[in-house]
Design a protein around this ligand. Structure first.
Ligand SMILES: [Zn+2]
Length: 578
């Protein structure tokens, strides 16, 4: 009979266990001293060795040749029969398929019998969280007063689903994911025993892919061995895993950073091989996290990372090319987008977002607008504030509140950008490297000059409408505009009573005439101002006069043009831009 690699190489005694040192040490001590508990709860991720260790515990409890350190001999009839699954005193139950109260009642009858050959009867209930409520109740009574010859070992991947009453009657032993390095070591040993040659990088790829589960790692290894190749390379492993592994993503980093078209070509290839958005984002997160570790902690950080030598070399090289703030931005993007990817985000879209992000995360020239750019915008804004309003404010207070206000507003803007990620990811990506500067009643959102693309995204009708509602909620009564170099699009409040209608300001020299003032998209105004005030009329009419400008500025097509309601009592309609 063919036995899978995982079963053939299953640890048979405590000292063969991979990782789980704390659990192993505790159980050996207890068994060695004969002070074992009557019920254990083993919890931890799948494939980390819970049932394997449960069997070793059963051997240790019943082995007549057991050492003082609790280690079973693995040679006596008891040990051999437990290993082969023929021992009548060790009963393994799958909680998922025997989850009813009847099975537990049957179990209880069985329990009352004394052990056949060994000292203890050991009941291993796997996936115990799958038991029904009545089955748990039936089990509870037994756990309260078990015969002294019975030991329960309950195993679960989800301990929180096990009722507290059960948990409190067990000794809870948590298991951990097996570290990647330990899995690689084990794979290396097993492949050598099987007479197969593997490139070290291929083993690292398997280990990382198995996400802390030795069982998964060994079954991947078996899959690789069954191909019959004399030497198994990283490239061969990629063929099995279907792309999107660490080494594939590494190749994306430099083209993404440099904005090269190679990034697109490479991703296209990965998509063809079945990479999905979730895997792309997870892999990217880990990769950039590692670069961040290297940037922050240098060699100390790199040596602590669970990576192969060639992977460490890659991280070392990349870390010289990145600024910490940019790395944080990429990580933040991944964590925000990942939940969406779990609900089914297309890989192409995730990658498009990546491209947007990277076009704003400029490594070499700095991602945020330069102080010069911001100063120019502030200066322009100052010129726009009517002289009279400025004169009305008492000087010292105005200075104070203005600077405090500015600080606050700038922080507010960062929060606004944060909030965008929840309902408008595209706008979030576009605005991620903007800064807000405000002067008087004008908030200027400044895009670095070279991010014209992001500016254009923000200037689309849909996103302008979104920005306007952000303005209304966070900067009430203020005007807002987005600025990128020479180009400006302004969104003005026209709500009655909030702000007096301002005289049309003189145009600042560096501001595009075409995009001057009051450019709220008409559809937005129509939507927002159901109640019409007399002084709004001018503002509402403005877009009508400026349709050609709007079209040019927003790169929009004019689809519908409706006349305003002449008596002004109803909803004023502008144009619908698409
Ligand atoms: Zn033995």
């Amino acid at each position: 009979m063919h036995l899978s690699l995982y079963r053939r190489h299953r640890p048979r005694i405590f000292s063969e266990m991979v990782a789980q040192e704390a659990a192993v040490a505790l159980l050996r001590r207890e068994i060695g001293k004969g002070k074992n508990s009557h019920a254990y709860l083993f919890s931890g991720p799948r494939g980390c060795g819970k049932t394997t260790l449960a069997r070793i515990v059963a051997k240790g409890l019943n082995c007549p040749n057991r050492g003082e350190d609790g280690e079973p001999c693995d040679a006596c009839p008891s040990c051999v029969s437990i290993a082969s699954g023929d021992n009548l005193d060790v009963v393994e139950i799958d909680g998922a398929s025997n989850n009813g109260v009847d099975e537990i009642r049957e179990l209880k009858e069985h329990i009352s019998l004394s052990p056949f050959s060994g000292k203890f009867k050991v009941y291993i209930i796997d996936e115990v969280h799958m038991l029904s409520a009545s089955a748990f109740n039936a089990l509870l009574k037994t756990l309260e007063e078990p015969p002294h010859t019975v030991v329960f070992i309950l195993a679960t991947t989800e301990p929180h689903k096990v009722p507290a009453t059960i948990r409190s009657r067990c000794q809870h032993i948590p298991f951990h994911r097996i570290p990647v390095g330990a899995i690689v070591e084990c794979l290396d040993k097993v492949s050598a025993q099987e007479g197969s040659a593997f490139e070290k990088d291929a083993l690292w790829e398997i280990a990382r892919e198995s996400d802390g589960s030795l069982r998964d790692a060994l079954s991947l290894l078996e899959q690789a061995i069954s191909t019959g190749l004399p030497t198994f390379s990283l490239e061969d492993m990629r063929g099995i895993l279907g792309g999107g592994g660490r080494s594939d993503l590494e190749k994306l980093v430099a083209p993404l950073r440099d904005g090269s078209s190679e990034a697109l070509v490479r991703l296209e290839m990965l998509l063809e091989r079945g990479l999905n958005a979730e895997r792309l984002l997870e892999g990217m997160f880990l990769l950039f996290r590692d670069i961040l570790v290297a940037v922050r902690w240098g060699e100390d950080g790199i040596s602590a990372l669970p990576l192969s030598d060639s992977e460490k070399e890659f991280i070392r090289k990349e870390s010289g090319q990145w600024k910490e703030a940019d790395l944080w931005r990429v990580l933040e993007f991944c964590t925000k987008t990942l939940p969406r990817a779990r609900f089914g985000l297309k890989s192409e879209i995730a990658f498009g977002m990546f491209l947007g992000l990277f076009s704003t995360v400029s490594v070499k020239e700095g991602a945020l607008p330069s102080p010069r750019e911001i100063d120019a915008v502030k200066e322009a804004a100052r010129e726009n504030v009517p002289q009279k309003r400025r004169d009305q404010q008492p000087e010292p207070q105005a200075g104070k509140s203005a600077s405090r206000g500015e600080e606050k507003k700038t922080n507010d803007w960062a929060e606004c950008v944060e909030a965008m990620s929840a309902d408008n990811l595209l706008l979030y990506c576009a605005c991620i490297s903007t800064m807000a500067a405000n002067d008087g009643d004008m908030v200027s959102i400044v895009f670095p000059e070279k991010f014209r693309y992001s500016f254009n995204i923000a200037a689309s009708p849909r996103n302008l409408a979104c920005l306007d509602s952000i303005r209304e909620n966070n900067f009430p009564g203020m005007k807002m505009r987005i600025v990128c170099g020479e180009r400006t699009v302004t969104i003005a409040p026209v709500e009655n009573g909030q702000t007096p209608a301002l005289p049309r300001p003189p145009e600042a020299e560096n501001i595009d005439r075409a995009s001057q003032d009051s450019f709220a998209p008409p559809e937005m105004k129509a939507r927002q101002h159901a109640v019409k005030a007399p002084n709004e009329k001018a503002a509402v009419e403005e877009p009508k006069e400026s349709f050609s400008e709007i079209q040019r500025c927003f790169n929009a097509d004019l689809l519908v043009l409706k006349d305003e309601n002449p008596d002004g009592a109803d909803l004023p309609e502008g144009a619908t831009c698409e």
